[in-house]
Write a protein that binds this ligand. Structure first.
Ligand SMILES: C[S@@+](CC[C@H](N)C(=O)[O-])C[C@H]1O[C@@H](n2cnc3c(N)ncnc32)[C@H](O)[C@@H]1O
Length: 188
């Protein structure tokens, strides 16, 4: 890796670390399961477990890196997030949709459909947390920089409301081409 790439990676890792420990501090003691997009390093899972959240209550759908993740974590599914949500039931303490795509997704990733499914199926517990990470566009497909942030924030609030929830913004951050948003979800 070139020195500039290493510097960027270190900065990205710092953001990820801070985000994962924030999520863990909010839901570590909650009782309902969590759904997270995690990668083979299991950063999110490890942060949650360190905060006292039981590993067996963490569900990780990931067909792209299934074998490597499944070796380290039992509740890993060879399913895309959307397929996992379609067959999931019950209430959840946390849904961390840590995407690496833009808000409009691609052939494999359908963020808006996933968010709709989560709220339509009433999968969020009262006083739970919902978080996302996306990469933002500042050239093609948008009228202004950070337009995607406004679009997805409005989409989350409206989708939650249509399904009987309030999505209350807790915090957010923008870092090296990505943005993160975190909501406290209350049942209305
Ligand atoms: C950004 S990484 C997760 C990083 C991790 N949460 C952390 O804090 O370091 C997202 C992972 O989820 C996978 N992924 C992305 N979209 C997905 C989807 N729709 N269904 C299942 N897995 C997905 C990606 O392939 C990747 O392994």
């Amino acid at each position: 890796m070139k020195p500039r790439e290493m510097y960027k990676k270190r900065k990205d890792d710092k953001h990820k670390r801070e985000i994962n420990s924030l999520l863990a501090s909010l839901v570590g003691k909650k009782k309902r399961p969590a759904i997270v997009l995690d990668a083979r390093n299991l950063n999110t899972k490890n942060a949650l477990v360190k905060a006292g959240f039981p590993a067996l209550k963490i569900h990780i759908p990931n067909p792209f890196d299934f074998k490597a993740i499944r070796k380290k974590h039992r509740n890993t599914y060879a399913q895309k997030l959307g397929d996992f949500l379609n067959q999931e039931s019950g209430k959840h303490s946390l849904f961390y949709a840590d995407y690496c795509c833009t808000v409009d997704g691609n052939a494999d990733m359908k963020p808006m459909a996933d968010i709709q499914t989560y709220f339509r199926k009433q999968l969020a517990d009262n006083n739970s947390y919902f978080a996302f990470t996306f990469s933002y566009r500042n050239m093609r497909g948008v009228n202004f920089k950070y337009e995607d942030i406004q679009r997805i924030e409005s989409f989350v609030e409206q989708t939650a409301f249509k399904n009987g929830y309030a999505a209350i913004k807790h915090t957010g951050r923008i870092y090296s081409g990505m943005f993160f948003g975190l909501y406290n979800i209350k049942k209305l």
